[in-house]
Design a protein around this ligand. Structure first.
Ligand SMILES: Nc1ncnc2c1ncn2[C@@H]1O[C@H](COP(=O)(O)OP(=O)(O)OP(=O)(O)O)[C@@H](O)[C@H]1O
Ligand code: SF4
Ligand SMILES: [Mg+2]
Length: 323
């Protein structure tokens, strides 16, 4: 079963210019125990998607349609109290800036004890578990470090602690929004390696957002490529990165000369801009920037199956089949 199954989700923001349609008919799944990456340039709707899943949306956001099924039931239909109970327990999150997660005035040990508030164990046992978790993410001398405050740790260590805290609850789903983007490349590799080991042990599903194609290739089982609020391609990392079916994905990979072997820190830039999401173009959302644009592209393409488990929203796929 899928731990997360998003169906036909559309979200817009009210703005002075009109309704900004940030997500349109987005569908994707995170199978149990799998790591799914989301990649796409700035403004494609990654953060909007995450905030809709955990229901911490901007006040001017509206869900137009769709379902966010978590272990089979729709989160969009849950009460606020039910959502609060899920966050940090069944669904954990790691953000780009770990200071967002840590409370600056409490020791790391106290925060890690607080997360275990549902456990009826004595505090000493909770501290022991916290130290074990810190050791697992590679923090040396964990018992002593539990007495320190977040500012006493380096950025890389804070991010490891954030991952340890997120996984402490043994969540069914971990959502990570660019968790390693602010770190240097060597640290990033180390943290990704740890994350994968821990995920393997805990067996949770992970939704991992990154601009970094190399990290997605290394960490993820499946990848979803988003463009201007739509899913344009999805499939296994192998299929999508080695055999891209959508011209946008192909352009991203083409811009990366060493292909995904070279660790591109930022998503390569392809010429042109994403369309105005208040005044959407009629046809294919990528048409303005696509060098394969043709007559059929004046209508919006459906998500076609390129091969089993690999889909892309481009007319070329359907045309290849019927040719
Ligand atoms: N509260 C808001 N009100 C109006 N527009 C918003 C709001 N939040 C986001 N947007 C717009 O919605 C679109 C999607 O934004 P979102 O932050 O989800 O993209 P993103 O993929 O996370 O980008 P980035 O890579 O820069 O984090 C953008 O056009 C953005 O300007
Ligand atoms: S549908 Fe047309 S414009 Fe859109 S990506 Fe495919 S070829 Fe390019
Ligand atoms: Mg974002």
């Amino acid at each position: 079963m899928a731990v997360l199954d998003i169906r036909d989700l559309s979200v817009s923001y009210s703005t002075p210019r009109g309704s900004l349609r940030a997500l349109r008919n987005v569908s994707m799944t995170v199978p149990e125990g799998k790591i799914v990456g989301i990649v796409g340039e700035s403004g494609c709707g990654k953060s909007t998607l995450i905030s809709s899943i955990i229901r911490l949306m901007a006040p001017n956001a509206q869900v137009g349609s769709g379902e966010v099924r978590f272990k089979g039931t729709d989160l969009l239909a849950r009460s606020e109290a039910e959502m609060r109970a899920l966050r940090g327990t069944e669904i954990s999150m790691v953000f780009q800036d770990p200071m967002q997660t840590h409370n600056p005035v409490l020791t790391v040990g106290q925060q890690m004890v607080d997360i275990q508030y549902r456990d009826k164990k004595p505090k000493a046992e909770k501290l022991k578990r916290a130290a074990e978790m810190l050791a697992l993410v590679g923090i040396p001398d964990p018992e002593a470090r539990l007495n320190q405050y977040p500012f006493e740790f380096s950025g890389g260590m804070r991010q490891r602690i954030a991952i340890a805290m997120a996984l402490m609850a043994r969540p069914a789903l971990l959502i990570a929004d660019e968790p390693t983007t602010a770190l240097d490349a060597t640290l990033e590799v180390q943290i990704i390696k740890r994350l994968k080991e821990l995920q393997d042990e805990i067996g949770c599903g992970v939704l991992f957002i990154s601009h970094h194609l190399g990290v997605i290739a290394e960490l993820c089982d499946e990848v979803v490529v988003m463009y201007a609020g739509e899913v344009v391609e999805s499939g296994t990392v192998r299929d999508v990165f080695h055999n891209p079916a959508h011209p946008y994905t192909a352009a991203l990979l083409d811009c990366d000369p060493g292909h995904i072997k070279v660790k591109t820190r930022v998503l390569p830039t392809i010429p042109g801009n994403i369309p105005d999401l208040v005044n959407l173009p009629k046809g294919c959302i990528f048409a303005d920037r696509c060098d394969k644009r043709h007559k059929a592209c004046d209508t919006r393409p459906a998500l076609w199956t390129a091969r089993a488990g690999h889909r892309a929203a481009c007319h070329l796929i359907a045309e290849k089949e019927t040719a």
